[in-house]
Design a binder for this molecule. Sequence first.
Ligand code: ZN
Length: 469
Amino acid sequence: MRRPREPWTRSRPRPRLRFSPTAWAKLLFLRDRGPTEVGGFGIAPADDLLYVQDIHVVRQTCTTVFVFFEDSAVAEFFDDQIDAGRRPEQFGRLWIHTHPGESAQPSHVDEETFQRVFGHCDWGVMFILAREGQTYCRLRFRAGPGGAFEIPVQVDFHGNFTGSNFQAWTHEYETTVRQAPFGLAGGGPWGLPSPRLSQLERISRLTIFSTPSNWKGGPISMSDRYERQRDMVPQDRLAGLTATVIGVGAIGRQIALQLADVGVPRLQLIDFDRVETTNITTQGYYQVDIGQLKVAATRRAVEAIDPAIVVETCADRFRPKQSVGDALFCAVDSISARASIWRAVEHRCRCRTDGRMLGETIRVLCAADGVGREHYASTLFLQSEAQAGRCTSRSTIYASAIAAGLMVHQFTLWLRDLPIDGDTTIDLLAGEWAATSTDSHGSSHGVGSASAFSPNSPTQGNGWEHVKS
Ligand SMILES: [Zn+2]
Protein backbone atom coordinates (compact mmCIF):
# COMPACT_ATOMS: atom_id res chain seq x y z
CA MET A 1 0.00 0.00 0.00
CA ARG A 2 1.25 3.44 -0.83
CA ARG A 3 1.35 6.00 1.87
CA PRO A 4 0.50 9.50 0.61
CA ARG A 5 3.49 11.71 1.09
CA GLU A 6 3.84 15.40 0.79
CA PRO A 7 7.15 17.17 1.04
CA TRP A 8 5.57 20.33 2.40
CA THR A 9 3.06 19.27 5.01
CA ARG A 10 1.37 21.79 7.23
CA SER A 11 3.11 20.47 10.31
CA ARG A 12 6.45 21.66 8.97
CA PRO A 13 7.39 25.32 8.98
CA ARG A 14 5.98 26.96 5.89
CA PRO A 15 8.71 27.32 3.29
CA ARG A 16 9.79 30.81 2.45
CA LEU A 17 12.03 32.23 -0.25
CA ARG A 18 14.92 34.19 1.17
CA PHE A 19 17.29 36.53 -0.61
CA SER A 20 20.80 37.46 0.44
CA PRO A 21 21.07 41.26 0.71
CA THR A 22 23.46 41.18 -2.25
CA ALA A 23 21.06 39.20 -4.43
CA TRP A 24 18.21 41.50 -3.46
CA ALA A 25 20.25 44.62 -4.27
CA LYS A 26 21.15 43.11 -7.62
CA LEU A 27 17.52 42.35 -8.36
CA LEU A 28 16.52 45.95 -7.59
CA PHE A 29 19.31 47.13 -9.83
CA LEU A 30 18.14 44.89 -12.68
CA ARG A 31 14.52 45.92 -12.23
CA ASP A 32 15.29 49.63 -12.39
CA ARG A 33 17.97 49.52 -15.05
CA GLY A 34 15.62 49.65 -18.06
CA PRO A 35 11.96 49.94 -18.99
CA THR A 36 11.39 46.22 -19.53
CA GLU A 37 10.95 43.09 -17.54
CA VAL A 38 14.21 41.33 -16.67
CA GLY A 39 14.56 37.70 -15.65
CA GLY A 40 17.11 35.34 -14.21
CA PHE A 41 17.79 32.25 -12.13
CA GLY A 42 18.35 32.23 -8.40
CA ILE A 43 21.45 30.37 -7.23
CA ALA A 44 21.20 28.59 -3.90
CA PRO A 45 23.59 26.69 -1.63
CA ALA A 46 23.16 22.89 -1.62
CA ASP A 47 21.82 22.78 1.92
CA ASP A 48 19.42 25.71 1.64
CA LEU A 49 17.59 25.53 -1.68
CA LEU A 50 15.18 28.39 -1.04
CA TYR A 51 17.95 30.85 -0.23
CA VAL A 52 18.86 33.05 -3.21
CA GLN A 53 22.55 33.74 -2.86
CA ASP A 54 22.95 35.28 -6.28
CA ILE A 55 20.92 35.89 -9.43
CA HIS A 56 22.21 34.91 -12.81
CA VAL A 57 20.91 36.72 -15.86
CA VAL A 58 20.93 34.77 -19.13
CA ARG A 59 20.62 36.20 -22.63
CA GLN A 60 17.04 37.28 -23.12
CA THR A 61 14.69 39.32 -25.20
CA CYS A 62 12.54 41.60 -23.12
CA THR A 63 9.51 43.78 -23.49
CA THR A 64 7.54 45.68 -20.91
CA VAL A 65 5.34 42.63 -20.59
CA PHE A 66 7.44 39.55 -21.41
CA VAL A 67 10.83 38.02 -20.83
CA PHE A 68 12.07 35.32 -23.17
CA PHE A 69 15.23 33.49 -22.27
CA GLU A 70 17.25 32.20 -25.17
CA ASP A 71 17.18 28.43 -24.94
CA SER A 72 20.84 28.15 -25.93
CA ALA A 73 21.75 30.65 -23.21
CA VAL A 74 19.85 28.64 -20.62
CA ALA A 75 21.61 25.45 -21.77
CA GLU A 76 25.01 27.17 -21.58
CA PHE A 77 24.24 28.51 -18.13
CA PHE A 78 23.20 25.06 -16.91
CA ASP A 79 26.39 23.49 -18.33
CA ASP A 80 28.53 26.11 -16.63
CA GLN A 81 26.79 25.55 -13.33
CA ILE A 82 27.27 21.77 -13.54
CA ASP A 83 30.92 22.35 -14.38
CA ALA A 84 31.14 24.56 -11.30
CA GLY A 85 29.96 21.57 -9.24
CA ARG A 86 26.39 22.65 -8.53
CA ARG A 87 23.37 20.39 -8.74
CA PRO A 88 20.36 21.38 -10.90
CA GLU A 89 18.18 22.15 -7.87
CA GLN A 90 20.70 24.79 -6.86
CA PHE A 91 20.47 26.82 -10.04
CA GLY A 92 17.50 25.67 -12.10
CA ARG A 93 14.50 25.87 -9.81
CA LEU A 94 14.20 29.52 -8.82
CA TRP A 95 12.81 31.53 -11.70
CA ILE A 96 12.97 35.22 -10.91
CA HIS A 97 11.74 38.16 -12.95
CA THR A 98 10.71 41.78 -12.58
CA HIS A 99 7.64 43.69 -13.71
CA PRO A 100 8.06 47.31 -14.76
CA GLY A 101 4.51 48.12 -13.63
CA GLU A 102 2.93 48.24 -10.23
CA SER A 103 1.55 44.73 -10.17
CA ALA A 104 3.58 41.63 -9.36
CA GLN A 105 0.72 39.31 -10.27
CA PRO A 106 1.88 36.70 -12.80
CA SER A 107 0.56 37.22 -16.31
CA HIS A 108 -0.96 34.36 -18.23
CA VAL A 109 2.32 34.06 -20.13
CA ASP A 110 4.13 33.76 -16.80
CA GLU A 111 1.70 31.04 -15.79
CA GLU A 112 2.18 29.16 -19.02
CA THR A 113 5.96 29.43 -18.82
CA PHE A 114 5.96 28.26 -15.22
CA GLN A 115 3.81 25.29 -16.12
CA ARG A 116 5.79 24.45 -19.24
CA VAL A 117 9.28 24.78 -17.81
CA PHE A 118 8.76 23.66 -14.24
CA GLY A 119 5.75 21.37 -14.66
CA HIS A 120 8.09 18.40 -15.09
CA CYS A 121 10.53 19.33 -12.33
CA ASP A 122 10.12 17.98 -8.79
CA TRP A 123 9.59 21.55 -7.75
CA GLY A 124 10.06 25.11 -8.91
CA VAL A 125 9.56 28.65 -7.71
CA MET A 126 8.24 31.63 -9.65
CA PHE A 127 9.17 34.91 -8.06
CA ILE A 128 8.13 38.32 -9.39
CA LEU A 129 9.19 41.74 -8.16
CA ALA A 130 7.25 44.77 -9.41
CA ARG A 131 8.45 48.34 -9.78
CA GLU A 132 6.61 49.58 -6.72
CA GLY A 133 8.02 46.82 -4.55
CA GLN A 134 5.12 44.40 -4.69
CA THR A 135 6.21 40.77 -4.79
CA TYR A 136 4.66 37.49 -5.80
CA CYS A 137 6.10 34.07 -5.04
CA ARG A 138 4.71 30.65 -5.74
CA LEU A 139 6.14 27.23 -5.08
CA ARG A 140 5.01 24.37 -7.28
CA PHE A 141 5.84 20.73 -6.53
CA ARG A 142 5.10 17.36 -8.04
CA ALA A 143 5.59 14.99 -5.12
CA GLY A 144 2.53 13.28 -3.66
CA PRO A 145 -0.63 14.67 -5.18
CA GLY A 146 1.38 17.67 -6.39
CA GLY A 147 0.33 21.24 -5.89
CA ALA A 148 1.30 24.86 -5.69
CA PHE A 149 0.94 27.63 -3.20
CA GLU A 150 2.16 31.11 -2.55
CA ILE A 151 5.03 31.43 -0.11
CA PRO A 152 6.38 34.44 1.76
CA VAL A 153 9.57 36.20 0.77
CA GLN A 154 12.19 37.94 2.84
CA VAL A 155 15.64 39.43 2.65
CA ASP A 156 17.82 37.44 5.02
CA PHE A 157 20.54 39.45 6.70
CA HIS A 158 21.95 36.49 8.62
CA GLY A 159 25.30 35.13 7.60
CA ASN A 160 27.90 36.53 5.29
CA PHE A 161 27.12 38.56 2.25
CA THR A 162 29.17 40.50 -0.21
CA GLY A 163 28.64 44.11 -1.23
CA SER A 164 27.18 45.60 -4.37
CA ASN A 165 29.01 45.45 -7.65
CA PHE A 166 27.38 47.90 -10.02
CA GLN A 167 30.11 47.57 -12.59
CA ALA A 168 29.71 43.82 -12.91
CA TRP A 169 25.93 44.05 -12.79
CA THR A 170 25.89 46.68 -15.51
CA HIS A 171 28.09 44.48 -17.65
CA GLU A 172 25.87 41.46 -17.05
CA TYR A 173 22.77 43.47 -17.91
CA GLU A 174 24.21 45.00 -21.03
CA THR A 175 25.51 41.73 -22.43
CA THR A 176 22.34 39.76 -21.80
CA VAL A 177 19.25 41.94 -21.95
CA ARG A 178 17.93 42.87 -25.35
CA GLN A 179 14.86 45.00 -25.64
CA ALA A 180 12.19 44.39 -28.25
CA PRO A 181 8.58 45.36 -28.60
CA PHE A 182 7.82 41.69 -29.00
CA GLY A 183 9.62 38.58 -27.96
CA LEU A 184 11.22 37.27 -31.08
CA ALA A 185 12.77 34.33 -29.29
CA GLY A 186 11.92 30.93 -30.68
CA GLY A 187 9.24 28.55 -29.53
CA GLY A 188 11.50 26.65 -27.10
CA PRO A 189 10.62 26.20 -23.46
CA TRP A 190 11.46 29.79 -22.59
CA GLY A 191 9.88 31.37 -25.63
CA LEU A 192 6.27 32.00 -26.35
CA PRO A 193 3.89 29.08 -26.39
CA SER A 194 3.81 27.97 -30.00
CA PRO A 195 0.17 28.66 -30.98
CA ARG A 196 0.61 32.20 -29.83
CA LEU A 197 3.96 32.51 -31.56
CA SER A 198 2.46 32.05 -34.98
CA GLN A 199 -0.06 34.81 -34.31
CA LEU A 200 2.66 37.07 -32.99
CA GLU A 201 4.92 36.34 -35.91
CA ARG A 202 2.18 37.31 -38.25
CA ILE A 203 1.57 40.56 -36.45
CA SER A 204 5.16 41.61 -36.08
CA ARG A 205 6.64 40.26 -39.29
CA LEU A 206 6.91 43.72 -40.84
CA THR A 207 8.66 44.98 -37.78
CA ILE A 208 11.10 42.10 -37.75
CA PHE A 209 12.17 42.47 -41.34
CA SER A 210 12.45 46.23 -41.21
CA THR A 211 14.72 46.09 -38.18
CA PRO A 212 18.28 47.01 -39.13
CA SER A 213 20.80 44.29 -38.44
CA ASN A 214 22.81 46.59 -36.19
CA TRP A 215 19.77 47.40 -34.09
CA LYS A 216 20.66 47.20 -30.44
CA GLY A 217 17.42 47.61 -28.63
CA GLY A 218 15.20 50.47 -27.67
CA PRO A 219 11.51 50.54 -28.34
CA ILE A 220 10.31 50.29 -31.93
CA SER A 221 6.72 50.97 -32.67
CA MET A 222 4.41 48.53 -34.39
CA SER A 223 4.02 51.11 -37.06
CA ASP A 224 1.70 49.14 -39.29
CA ARG A 225 -0.86 48.70 -36.54
CA TYR A 226 -0.85 52.08 -34.91
CA GLU A 227 -0.03 54.32 -37.86
CA ARG A 228 -3.48 55.83 -38.14
CA GLN A 229 -3.95 56.63 -34.49
CA ARG A 230 -0.45 57.79 -33.64
CA ASP A 231 -1.35 61.47 -33.30
CA MET A 232 -4.24 60.73 -31.01
CA VAL A 233 -2.82 57.90 -28.98
CA PRO A 234 0.86 58.41 -28.15
CA GLN A 235 2.32 54.90 -28.08
CA ASP A 236 5.34 55.97 -26.06
CA ARG A 237 3.06 57.06 -23.24
CA LEU A 238 1.26 53.74 -23.36
CA ALA A 239 4.40 51.65 -22.96
CA GLY A 240 4.60 50.12 -19.54
CA LEU A 241 1.17 51.39 -18.61
CA THR A 242 -1.45 49.23 -16.97
CA ALA A 243 -5.15 49.96 -17.30
CA THR A 244 -7.68 48.56 -14.88
CA VAL A 245 -11.31 48.05 -15.81
CA ILE A 246 -13.63 47.42 -12.89
CA GLY A 247 -16.87 45.87 -14.07
CA VAL A 248 -16.89 44.30 -17.54
CA GLY A 249 -20.58 44.53 -18.22
CA ALA A 250 -22.12 46.71 -20.89
CA ILE A 251 -19.65 49.61 -20.74
CA GLY A 252 -16.64 47.84 -19.25
CA ARG A 253 -16.37 45.19 -21.95
CA GLN A 254 -16.41 47.88 -24.64
CA ILE A 255 -13.70 49.79 -22.79
CA ALA A 256 -11.47 46.72 -22.57
CA LEU A 257 -11.80 46.06 -26.30
CA GLN A 258 -11.10 49.69 -27.21
CA LEU A 259 -8.08 49.83 -24.91
CA ALA A 260 -6.76 46.71 -26.65
CA ASP A 261 -7.25 48.42 -29.99
CA VAL A 262 -5.41 51.59 -29.02
CA GLY A 263 -2.43 49.57 -27.80
CA VAL A 264 -2.57 49.39 -24.01
CA PRO A 265 0.01 46.70 -23.16
CA ARG A 266 -1.42 45.51 -19.84
CA LEU A 267 -5.03 45.17 -18.86
CA GLN A 268 -6.48 44.24 -15.54
CA LEU A 269 -10.12 43.14 -15.55
CA ILE A 270 -12.16 42.89 -12.36
CA ASP A 271 -15.67 41.43 -12.25
CA PHE A 272 -17.26 38.61 -10.30
CA ASP A 273 -20.17 38.10 -12.69
CA ARG A 274 -20.87 35.43 -15.29
CA VAL A 275 -22.31 35.93 -18.75
CA GLU A 276 -26.08 35.45 -18.91
CA THR A 277 -28.29 35.11 -21.96
CA THR A 278 -29.44 38.72 -21.75
CA ASN A 279 -25.82 39.90 -21.86
CA ILE A 280 -25.44 38.71 -25.43
CA THR A 281 -27.46 41.54 -26.89
CA THR A 282 -26.91 44.31 -24.38
CA GLN A 283 -23.30 43.79 -23.38
CA GLY A 284 -21.72 42.49 -26.55
CA TYR A 285 -20.90 38.99 -25.34
CA TYR A 286 -21.04 35.97 -27.63
CA GLN A 287 -23.27 32.92 -27.53
CA VAL A 288 -20.32 30.72 -26.58
CA ASP A 289 -19.61 32.95 -23.58
CA ILE A 290 -22.80 32.02 -21.72
CA GLY A 291 -22.00 30.70 -18.28
CA GLN A 292 -18.39 31.86 -18.48
CA LEU A 293 -16.89 34.45 -16.19
CA LYS A 294 -17.15 37.85 -17.85
CA VAL A 295 -13.48 38.55 -17.15
CA ALA A 296 -12.47 35.29 -18.87
CA ALA A 297 -14.70 35.94 -21.89
CA THR A 298 -13.43 39.51 -22.22
CA ARG A 299 -9.86 38.33 -21.91
CA ARG A 300 -10.37 35.97 -24.82
CA ALA A 301 -11.81 38.81 -26.90
CA VAL A 302 -8.84 41.03 -26.03
CA GLU A 303 -6.38 38.29 -26.90
CA ALA A 304 -8.09 37.81 -30.22
CA ILE A 305 -7.29 41.46 -30.97
CA ASP A 306 -3.70 41.28 -29.77
CA PRO A 307 -2.27 38.17 -28.11
CA ALA A 308 0.66 40.18 -26.81
CA ILE A 309 -1.50 42.14 -24.40
CA VAL A 310 -1.08 40.87 -20.89
CA VAL A 311 -4.51 40.46 -19.34
CA GLU A 312 -4.82 39.90 -15.66
CA THR A 313 -8.25 38.84 -14.52
CA CYS A 314 -9.80 38.98 -11.11
CA ALA A 315 -13.11 37.16 -10.74
CA ASP A 316 -14.19 38.92 -7.60
CA ARG A 317 -15.68 42.13 -6.35
CA PHE A 318 -13.22 44.99 -6.17
CA ARG A 319 -11.44 44.85 -2.82
CA PRO A 320 -9.80 47.93 -1.34
CA LYS A 321 -6.45 46.11 -1.12
CA GLN A 322 -6.51 45.15 -4.79
CA SER A 323 -3.65 46.72 -6.71
CA VAL A 324 -4.71 48.82 -9.67
CA GLY A 325 -3.07 50.19 -12.79
CA ASP A 326 -2.08 53.73 -13.74
CA ALA A 327 -5.39 54.33 -15.44
CA LEU A 328 -8.63 53.13 -13.94
CA PHE A 329 -11.97 52.73 -15.66
CA CYS A 330 -14.90 52.35 -13.36
CA ALA A 331 -17.90 50.70 -14.99
CA VAL A 332 -19.83 49.31 -12.07
CA ASP A 333 -23.56 49.75 -11.72
CA SER A 334 -24.08 51.12 -8.25
CA ILE A 335 -23.17 54.41 -6.68
CA SER A 336 -22.10 52.69 -3.45
CA ALA A 337 -19.64 50.48 -5.35
CA ARG A 338 -18.28 53.61 -7.05
CA ALA A 339 -17.87 55.35 -3.73
CA SER A 340 -15.97 52.50 -2.14
CA ILE A 341 -13.75 52.11 -5.20
CA TRP A 342 -13.06 55.84 -5.13
CA ARG A 343 -12.10 55.76 -1.46
CA ALA A 344 -9.68 52.93 -2.13
CA VAL A 345 -8.00 54.22 -5.27
CA GLU A 346 -8.31 58.02 -5.09
CA HIS A 347 -4.60 58.44 -4.49
CA ARG A 348 -3.39 55.28 -6.18
CA CYS A 349 -4.08 55.76 -9.86
CA ARG A 350 -3.27 58.66 -12.12
CA CYS A 351 -6.22 58.81 -14.45
CA ARG A 352 -9.64 57.74 -13.34
CA THR A 353 -12.73 57.58 -15.52
CA ASP A 354 -16.24 56.65 -14.54
CA GLY A 355 -19.13 55.87 -16.89
CA ARG A 356 -22.81 55.90 -16.00
CA MET A 357 -25.84 55.21 -18.09
CA LEU A 358 -29.54 55.80 -17.68
CA GLY A 359 -31.34 54.52 -20.73
CA GLU A 360 -30.00 56.72 -23.51
CA THR A 361 -28.39 59.27 -21.27
CA ILE A 362 -24.70 58.90 -20.66
CA ARG A 363 -22.55 60.59 -18.12
CA VAL A 364 -18.78 60.29 -18.06
CA LEU A 365 -16.62 61.66 -15.27
CA CYS A 366 -12.87 61.89 -15.36
CA ALA A 367 -10.36 62.88 -12.71
CA ALA A 368 -6.65 62.86 -13.45
CA ASP A 369 -3.61 63.76 -11.41
CA GLY A 370 -5.58 65.56 -8.75
CA VAL A 371 -7.52 67.69 -11.18
CA GLY A 372 -11.21 67.10 -10.98
CA ARG A 373 -11.00 64.89 -7.90
CA GLU A 374 -13.09 67.18 -5.79
CA HIS A 375 -15.78 67.41 -8.41
CA TYR A 376 -15.77 63.67 -8.87
CA ALA A 377 -16.11 63.05 -5.17
CA SER A 378 -19.06 65.42 -5.06
CA THR A 379 -20.92 63.24 -7.55
CA LEU A 380 -20.59 60.22 -5.28
CA PHE A 381 -21.83 61.45 -1.99
CA LEU A 382 -24.80 63.63 -2.81
CA GLN A 383 -28.08 61.96 -1.92
CA SER A 384 -29.64 63.06 -5.17
CA GLU A 385 -26.91 61.26 -7.12
CA ALA A 386 -27.67 58.03 -5.35
CA GLN A 387 -31.01 57.91 -7.15
CA ALA A 388 -29.15 56.98 -10.30
CA GLY A 389 -28.25 53.59 -8.85
CA ARG A 390 -30.61 51.65 -11.12
CA CYS A 391 -28.92 53.03 -14.16
CA THR A 392 -27.97 49.89 -16.04
CA SER A 393 -31.34 48.21 -15.78
CA ARG A 394 -32.02 49.58 -19.24
CA SER A 395 -29.13 49.63 -21.61
CA THR A 396 -28.21 49.17 -25.22
CA ILE A 397 -24.98 48.19 -26.86
CA TYR A 398 -24.80 51.46 -28.80
CA ALA A 399 -25.17 53.64 -25.71
CA SER A 400 -22.56 51.50 -23.93
CA ALA A 401 -20.19 51.81 -26.87
CA ILE A 402 -20.60 55.60 -26.89
CA ALA A 403 -19.98 55.77 -23.15
CA ALA A 404 -16.90 53.58 -23.48
CA GLY A 405 -15.67 55.68 -26.39
CA LEU A 406 -15.99 58.85 -24.35
CA MET A 407 -14.10 57.29 -21.49
CA VAL A 408 -11.26 56.02 -23.64
CA HIS A 409 -11.16 59.45 -25.28
CA GLN A 410 -10.67 61.14 -21.89
CA PHE A 411 -7.87 58.67 -21.27
CA THR A 412 -6.14 59.64 -24.53
CA LEU A 413 -6.54 63.34 -23.68
CA TRP A 414 -4.76 62.59 -20.45
CA LEU A 415 -2.02 60.70 -22.31
CA ARG A 416 -1.51 63.75 -24.52
CA ASP A 417 -1.42 66.15 -21.56
CA LEU A 418 -4.50 67.89 -22.91
CA PRO A 419 -7.25 69.24 -20.65
CA ILE A 420 -9.72 66.53 -19.84
CA ASP A 421 -13.48 66.88 -19.58
CA GLY A 422 -14.22 66.32 -15.94
CA ASP A 423 -17.92 65.84 -16.51
CA THR A 424 -19.66 65.04 -19.78
CA THR A 425 -23.34 64.31 -20.20
CA ILE A 426 -24.94 63.21 -23.44
CA ASP A 427 -28.65 62.80 -23.90
CA LEU A 428 -28.96 60.83 -27.09
CA LEU A 429 -32.72 61.23 -27.31
CA ALA A 430 -32.68 65.00 -26.86
CA GLY A 431 -29.52 65.46 -28.90
CA GLU A 432 -27.80 67.28 -26.08
CA TRP A 433 -24.17 67.18 -25.14
CA ALA A 434 -22.63 69.11 -22.28
CA ALA A 435 -19.04 68.89 -21.14
CA THR A 436 -17.10 70.58 -18.41
CA SER A 437 -13.39 70.73 -18.96
CA THR A 438 -10.94 70.62 -16.14
CA ASP A 439 -7.35 71.59 -16.73
CA SER A 440 -4.44 72.43 -14.53
CA HIS A 441 -5.72 75.98 -14.07
CA GLY A 442 -9.08 74.77 -12.90
CA SER A 443 -10.93 76.63 -15.62
CA SER A 444 -13.85 75.10 -17.40
CA HIS A 445 -15.59 75.41 -20.70
CA GLY A 446 -18.59 73.89 -22.32
CA VAL A 447 -19.15 72.38 -25.71
CA GLY A 448 -22.20 71.03 -27.39
CA SER A 449 -25.39 72.11 -28.98
CA ALA A 450 -26.90 75.49 -28.23
CA SER A 451 -29.88 73.82 -26.69
CA ALA A 452 -27.76 72.07 -24.11
CA PHE A 453 -27.95 73.11 -20.53
CA SER A 454 -25.39 75.62 -19.35
CA PRO A 455 -21.81 74.39 -19.55
CA ASN A 456 -21.22 74.52 -15.84
CA SER A 457 -24.41 72.88 -14.81
CA PRO A 458 -23.08 69.35 -14.47
CA THR A 459 -20.83 70.55 -11.70
CA GLN A 460 -23.73 71.93 -9.74
CA GLY A 461 -25.33 69.05 -7.95
CA ASN A 462 -27.16 66.32 -9.72
CA GLY A 463 -26.32 65.92 -13.39
CA TRP A 464 -29.26 63.57 -13.80
CA GLU A 465 -31.81 66.20 -12.91
CA HIS A 466 -31.24 67.79 -16.26
CA VAL A 467 -32.29 64.62 -17.93
CA LYS A 468 -35.83 63.89 -18.92
CA SER A 469 -35.79 60.21 -19.65
ZN1 ZN B 1 5.71 38.45 -15.61
